[in-house]
Design a protein around this ligand. Structure first.
Ligand SMILES: *Cc1c(COP(=O)(O)O)cnc(C)c1O
Length: 450
């Protein structure tokens, strides 16, 4: 356990939480002061319960504070950060708009065009008047991106995972879902909601997966649910080898490529495209909200499977369709990244640069084959403190990642360099991290041989 600075113990926490409030005021909770009517001791004190639960989160250093940001069009990753009447410029280093497509001229032109052509909202669910021509075009574009027969659009990646896994798990009789241990919350919730039998296999462990597959009768319907790039550690699944097992044991494969679409493969279709195994994956799920820079989620698969989900998934059917302008923006973004690798390559160079710079000063980060750089702090309070100081003293915004997003003891700063970060931005980041590492007495990796 590294030593705390001299103002340790309670002071440490005091300073941290003092800073937290100073830097970014938490959502104001309505206190229960106006209630006059006294209830019996047995009645539930709802507000007290909420307050208690939140206080506990704060004590653990796990209370989430949102940064009030206004992104500057044409100047990402610059943004205005507002806090208690104060406003100043910051550089964002933790955005999932990995390639800066949220400000791409083609995307903006398409969105403005659709807005002027069709107005604001879709005006209905997909079933009742909400399927606009932009939605139809987007689904064609997505199916083509992944080389599948069909695609289905959802309001977010979260909803697409939740609704698709929920529907397949609930509707296929006797279905067993084999879920990677580090799957995203949206997949876990969907599987849970389906009430299908769930087997959690060790993260990226083919032997464990095969053991579980072997234990099930061949005739049992099975689905293997996993991701390509895992968001918090940045490691990548052996997709081809998982498909081998799926074929051997007659299981469906469900792949979340949320952090990979736009980023990997010759046309930006993801890791399965890069690895040449896209056609072997039954269901590819993705988001339009990360590298594509807009919002929305989708699945692509066979005509029959997509039609099945379209027809039975409550989370698809009973909600208003995305605005046409969003669909049009997503089409433009996908089309651009299908034919341009410039952004992907620039992004990969930035990532390599930053890793090298961090290694040069011994700041520990998880070595992984992806574009995500998890800088490990290993303590929730220090993680939050470093993030606060980066923002307050250096104009650098990196949200701390604490439990339950990652296991306790693995708290981190998840850094996502993009083509729109400059060399000067990187100098400032590395300098600030070096200073804060020293101040917090955090361990360094042995430096590369001098
Ligand atoms: C962000 C994320 C999602 C959800 O996608 P949204 O479009 O943001 O709702 C799904 N899966 C993974 C792995 C994610 O990181």
């Amino acid at each position: 356990m590294p030593q705390l600075p001299s103002w340790s113990g309670k002071n440490w926490a005091g300073i941290v939480f003092g800073l937290e409030y100073a830097a970014c005021p938490p959502v104001r909770l309505r206190m229960d002061t106006e209630r006059t009517e006294k209830k019996g001791p047995e009645s539930m004190d709802y507000q007290g319960f909420f307050k208690e639960s939140l206080a506990q989160l704060r004590d653990e250093g796990n209370y989430r504070v949102f940064a009030d940001l206004e992104r500057h069009l044409g100047q990402f990753p610059k943004a205005t950060f507002r806090n208690a009447g104060d406003a100043r410029d910051v550089t964002i280093w933790c955005s999932n708009d990995y390639l800066g497509m949220g400000q791409h001229p083609d995307v903006l032109a398409a969105m403005h065009g659709a807005l002027d052509r069709c107005g604001a909202g879709a005006g209905g669910t997909r079933n009742i008047s909400g399927t606009t021509h932009d939605h139809v075009e987007l689904e064609i574009e997505l199916a083509d991106l992944h080389g599948k027969d069909a695609a289905l659009l959802f309001t977010s990646g979260y909803v697409s995972n939740w609704a698709t896994l929920g529907t397949l798990g609930a509707k296929i009789p006797g279905m067993v879902i084999l879920s990677d241990a580090l799957n995203h919350a949206s997949m876990i919730e969907g599987i849970r909601h389906s009430k299908a039998q769930r087997i959690v296999w060790k993260h990226n462990d083919l032997t464990d997966l095969e053991t579980h597959l072997q234990s099930l009768p061949l005739e049992t319907p099975k689905l293997i649910a996993f991701e390509s790039v895992y968001s918090m550690d940045g490691d990548i699944a052996p997709i081809g080898a998982i498909c081998d097992l799926a074929e051997k044991y007659n299981a469906l494969t469900y792949l979340d490529e949320v952090h990979a679409v736009g980023m990997y493969g010759p046309r930006g279709a993801g890791v399965a495209e890069r690895d040449g195994v896209m056609d072997r994956v039954d269901i590819i799920q993705g988001t339009l909200g990360k590298a594509f820079g807009v919002v929305g989620g989708y699945i692509t698969a066979s005509t029959e499977l997509v039609d099945f989900v379209r027809s039975f998934a409550s989370g698809f059917i009973f909600t208003t369709a995305l605005p046409p302008a969003v669909a049009a923006g997503a089409v433009a973004s996908i089309k651009h990244l299908k034919q341009s690798a410039v952004e992907r390559h620039a992004q990969q160079e930035r990532v390599a640069d930053l890793r090298q710079r961090l290694d040069g000063i011994g700041i520990p980060h998880i070595p992984n084959p992806s574009h995500i750089i998890p800088v490990m702090v290993g303590d929730p309070v220090k993680c939050k403190y470093i993030s606060d100081r980066l923002l307050a003293d250096h104009g650098i915004y990196i949200q701390p990642i604490n439990y339950p997003t990652v296991p306790k003891g693995t708290e981190r700063l998840r850094i996502t360099p993009s083509p729109v970060h400059t060399a000067a931005d990187m100098d400032r980041l590395v300098g600030a991290l070096e200073a804060l590492w020293a101040e917090c007495h955090l361990a360094r990796k042995p430096m590369a041989a001098q």
